[in-house]
Ligand binder design. Structure first.
Ligand SMILES: *[C@@H]1O[C@H](CO)[C@@H](O)[C@H](O)[C@H]1NC(C)=O
Ligand SMILES: *[C@@H]1O[C@H](CO)[C@@H](O)[C@H](O)[C@H]1NC(C)=O
Ligand SMILES: *[C@@H]1O[C@H](CO)[C@@H](O)[C@H](O)[C@H]1NC(C)=O
Ligand SMILES: *[C@@H]1O[C@H](CO)[C@@H](O)[C@H](O)[C@H]1NC(C)=O
Ligand SMILES: *[C@@H]1O[C@H](CO)[C@@H](O)[C@H](O)[C@H]1NC(C)=O
Ligand SMILES: *[C@@H]1O[C@H](CO)[C@@H](O)[C@H](O)[C@H]1NC(C)=O
Ligand SMILES: *[C@@H]1O[C@H](CO)[C@@H](O)[C@H](O)[C@H]1NC(C)=O
Ligand SMILES: *[C@@H]1O[C@H](CO)[C@@H](O)[C@H](O)[C@H]1NC(C)=O
Ligand SMILES: *[C@@H]1O[C@H](CO)[C@@H](O)[C@H](O)[C@H]1NC(C)=O
Ligand SMILES: *[C@@H]1O[C@H](CO)[C@@H](O)[C@H](O)[C@H]1NC(C)=O
Ligand SMILES: *[C@@H]1O[C@H](CO)[C@@H](O)[C@H](O)[C@H]1NC(C)=O
Ligand SMILES: *[C@@H]1O[C@H](CO)[C@@H](O)[C@H](O)[C@H]1NC(C)=O
Length: 781
């Protein structure tokens, strides 16, 4: 440190010198910030888990200590399963295959590529979220996957540049909570266990893991924010029955996610009554006995570095009670029984061969019945935010000109047969969906083709994917439209006879890195180059997170803008359907688009290892629940496009708001129900209902996303607490009803450690976005 201080002083940087002097060099400083919660609660069964619990107890009762321990960690897989739990042959337990991830099965052949989490968030469709999950679960099951490593509700999206925000649904916990609940139910209906992840506060990729000289980042949070924001969607997942929860890489109040007794034993297993098992993220385990005591139940990927024979030894020498090992095994086996995996599920890893060159029976996991789900899912996650001069829908243009690197898939990404049949293909195919960012930003950005999904463990490897260009060309052929395209030039010449021009760009993201920026000049300049020559320029951005548009959006020739997110394999057909008005856009932003990146405040960037915390980076969640629209409302910042916004090809009227108490509902401030999966039962009792009539006042049939926001006394000005997506023909009207539960209307009391219903006047708003609130009223409690 002396050297650093001298250098800093020489350079005249006194504040650096001070910081260098104060650098904290060991972690003693950080101990005790996360309250200890021991012992780890044992599985109790009860309610829906009782039968599985009894079977598991009987099964585990026959195991030796070594056998129980062997259930708690992976063995090196001989398949492309991400993780494998070994079989116990003498009891006919076939073992388990755990595989990536929440947007479709990867590392294998003959599977679909579903829309990514952010796209599902943008669709605001409970129905599609559920049907996508059913279709995805069916594919995992056919391939012999016991545990699907998803869905994602952490990251929640706190860090605007976060590299994995696209894997989750929305930065709004209520929206994410509803969609995760549908997703867990749909996947598990197929007898595949969900691993809802990453628990918890895994909000940045930067320093997510410890490096040689820098510890993993710590997310430091108060108890109220934890409950009202980050734990909220996990609570919904547990309530929906998620059989598995994955603990995260980073630290929480300076204690690792997989050895934090407060989050695992306390919040998850006690307060939420979680009955399933906790698995570590891959290599997120950093302690042996401590992680067992803190409530982790399974270590991945294995071979067990900290557990295995060490765990046996720890029991034998008295440092860990055998009851904890028995509980781990019971939770794992009970979850296996809970989803009938003892009965008729394909052999673990059957469709996940390690080497497809070996002759193996091909398992084509796809179901033609899922194609409409893939297509509608792709359609409904596109968000139209600008549409002027009657640009859209297109009407048999005479000439359509297409530009930009995200329009199509270059030939060099079509793998040869040999490549397809080699090991490297399994990973090479993933690059097919990738545009890698250069470290200095965007200098070499692009040209790797259209983006169907993001990269990393949440990537998709579809057997077939149709790019926008492929679909548009087919449509042009039907209409006799001439096309002109130039996908690679960054300053293309525009044919002046073009009726409309479409420019395709993307904003890519990958696990392991946060995004360098939320806008790039290369793409903005390309868009402006086209717009300067074409008076109907349509911008389509495949964006794996928030993408600013102020660099070009007010250009008079840019007459339509679509956030196309990550649509999955049906990208092209979905976009074509929307551009030509075969369907009316019905996606809505699941985040706020600012005018300038500085508008997001401190949460724009990930926390860095600097100054005093050069070795122990600290992310202080001081903003509390004031993220995204809650923050913009509080600070009075005008967004470019607000949370919940999106255009359609028609118009809607909102009328006849009514707010009613549910008769006989208990409005005592504190819940009194027993704890089952998800927490106290009466948190879900409906206290009030809100209903509104919505009429399609335009000339085109369309879905509308009606959104309910409430202002709880003493809480943010408004928070999402309901949405419905009716389909309305012209002049048709429909009444939609929202049910407000005790939890929806409560704030977390740190003192009482319970949700507290507020006494007073609640504001009620219903509208088509967080700022287009067409009708309002009040609710008195
Ligand atoms: C850790 O650092 C503190 C000062 O910050 C020092 O007092 C303590 O002795 C150090 N502990 C170890 C184990 O080095
Ligand atoms: C983190 O620390 C804060 C402040 O001491 C405390 O209120 C909160 O409960 C802690 N949470 C966890 C998960 O350790
Ligand atoms: C437990 O796993 C180890 C490592 O895979 C293996 O060598 C051992 O035989 C297993 N023990 C039992 C009792 O199955
Ligand atoms: C007991 O075994 C564990 C695991 O090998 C080891 O970490 C611990 O130091 C041992 N304790 C004693 C008292 O021998
Ligand atoms: C993997 O190993 C298991 C158990 O040894 C065996 O049954 C299975 O056939 C192997 N799978 C492959 C793809 O080699
Ligand atoms: C495409 O991606 C690869 C990384 O997979 C990169 O090496 C290459 O430079 C990219 N090509 C272009 C033209 O950006
Ligand atoms: C708009 O496009 C037309 C070509 O259609 C071009 O002449 C004009 O300069 C463009 N306007 C701007 C502001 O670039
Ligand atoms: C837009 O450009 C087209 C083709 O150059 C031209 O025919 C048309 O008049 C222009 N429209 C406007 C409003 O400038
Ligand atoms: C944000 O505003 C600053 C100051 O006006 C400007 O320099 C910067 O380019 C803007 N950033 C973006 C991404 O628009
Ligand atoms: C940690 O090591 C890296 C690579 O050696 C070095 O660049 C960095 O400055 C080191 N950080 C600290 C805080 O010592
Ligand atoms: C609003 O309520 C009135 C009176 O009940 C009814 O006539 C009208 O149709 C309703 N409006 C809509 C759009 O349903
Ligand atoms: C509530 O609606 C009325 C019109 O019915 C409007 O005048 C008022 O501004 C709205 N209040 C809020 C807070 O949006």
């Amino acid at each position: 440190m002396v050297a650093v201080k001298q250098i800093a002083l020489l350079a005249g940087l006194a504040h650096w010198a001070d910081a260098a002097e104060k650098v904290i060099t060991n972690d003693t400083h950080f101990y005790g910030q996360s309250p200890p919660v021991y012992p780890s609660p044992e599985m109790t069964g009860g309610n829906e888990w009782e039968a599985a619990y009894q079977k598991a107890k009987a099964f585990v009762g026959q195991l030796t200590l070594e056998e129980k321990v062997n259930l708690t960690a992976g063995v090196p897989p001989n398949t492309t399963c991400s993780g494998v739990i070994p079989a116990i042959e003498r009891l006919k337990f076939p073992g388990m295959c755990l595989s990536d991830a929440g947007n479709g099965l990867r590392n294998t052949d003959f599977v679909s590529g579903f829309p990514s989490g952010i796209h599902v968030g943008a669709s605001w469709s409970k129905d599609l979220a559920f049907r996508r999950a059913v279709a995805m679960g069916a594919e995992f099951r056919k391939k012999g996957v016991n545990v699907l490593l998803g869905p994602v509700v952490g990251p929640a999206g706190r860090t605007v540049r976060g590299g994995r925000n696209w894997e989750g649904f929305s930065v709004d916990p209520w929206l994410a909570g509803v969609l995760v609940s549908e997703t867990v139910s749909g996947i598990q209906e197929q007898g595949v266990i969900t691993s809802t992840k990453h628990y918890i506060l895994n909000e940045q990729e930067t320093h997510r893991m410890p490096e040689a000289n820098v510890s993993a980042v710590s997310s430091n949070i108060d108890d109220k924010t934890m409950h009202e924001y980050y734990l909220w969607p996990f609570q919904d997942a547990v309530r929906a029955g998620s059989g598995n929860i994955m603990c995260s890489y980073q630290r929480i109040n300076n204690s690792y996610g997989c050895s934090n007794s407060k989050t695992l034993n306390g919040l998850l297993k006690t307060e939420l009554g979680f009955q399933g098992f906790v698995v570590s993220d891959w290599s997120a385990q950093h302690a042996g006995v401590a992680s067992a005591e803190a409530g982790m139940d399974m270590a991945m990927p294995g071979p067990a570095e900290f557990w295995g024979e060490h765990l046996v030894e720890a029991v034998k020498n008295g440092s860990l009670p055998e009851s904890r090992i028995t509980d781990m095994a019971t939770r794992i086996i009970a979850t296996w029984y809970q989803f009938d995996q003892d009965n008729g599920i394909p052999k673990p890893g059957i469709g996940m061969p390690s080497n497809v060159l070996d002759s193996h029976e091909i398992v084509d996991a796809r179901d033609p019945a899922a194609v409409p789900v893939l297509l509608n899912g792709a359609i409904e996650g596109h968000v139209l935010v600008k549409n002027t001069k009657n640009t859209l829908p297109l009407k048999k243009p005479r000439k359509l000109s297409l530009f930009g690197y995200s329009a199509t898939t270059p030939d060099f990404f079509s793998p040869s047969r040999d490549e397809q049949l080699s090991d490297s293909w399994i990973f090479g195919k993933e690059a097919y969906n990738s545009n890698y960012l250069s470290p200095d930003g965007f200098a070499t950005f692009g040209r790797n083709g259209t983006t169907f999904g993001g990269c990393g463990s949440g990537a998709i490897t579809p057997a077939l994917a149709i790019s926008p260009f492929e679909a548009l060309k087919w449509r042009a052929a039907q209409d006799g439209t001439a096309t002109f395209n130039n996908f690679l030039s960054d300053k293309p010449d525009v044919d002046p006879t073009s009726d409309a021009c479409i420019v395709f760009g993307n904003a890519y993201a990958c696990e392991g890195n946060d995004r360098p920026a939320i806008q790039d000049d290369y793409t903005d300049d390309l868009i402006k180059a086209v717009a300067s020559q074409c008076n109907k320029t349509i911008v389509v951005l495949h964006n794996a997170g928030i993408r600013l548009v102020d660099g070009f959006v007010d250009h008079p020739n840019i007459t339509a803008v679509i956030f196309a997110h990550l649509p999955g394999q049906e990208s092209g057909p979905a976009l074509t359907s929307l551009l030509y008005g075969e369907t009316s856009p019905s996606g809505r932003l699941p985040y706020t688009v600012a005018k300038n990146d500085t508008d997001y405040g401190v949460v724009l960037d990930p926390a860095q290892a600097t100054g005093e915390f050069a070795y122990f980076p600290q992310a202080d969640f001081k903003e509390g629940v004031y993220l995204d629209y809650r923050y913009f409302d509080k600070e009075g910042i005008e967004p470019r496009y607000e949370f919940g916004f999106g255009l359609s090809y028609t118009t809607f009227a909102y009328l006849n708001l009514s707010v009613d108490h549910v008769s006989g509902a208990n409005t005592y401030p504190w819940p009194g129900g027993p704890i089952v999966s998800g927490g106290q039962t009466d948190l879900w009792d409906a206290i009030a209902t809100v209903s509104v009539d919505i009429r399609n006042t335009g000339s085109v049939a369309s879905y509308e996303v009606a959104q309910l926001y409430i202002g709880i006394p003493g809480a943010p000005a408004k928070q999402l607490r309901g949405f419905e997506k009716p389909f309305l023909r012209p002049n048709e009207s429909q009444s939609v009803t929202f049910h407000l539960t005790r939890r929806d209307l409560s704030v977390w009391s740190v003192e009482r450690q319970k949700w507290q219903l507020q006494q007073g006047t609640y504001k009620i708003y219903v509208g088509s976005s967080s700022r287009r609130l067409h009708v309002n009223g009040t609710l008195d409690i």
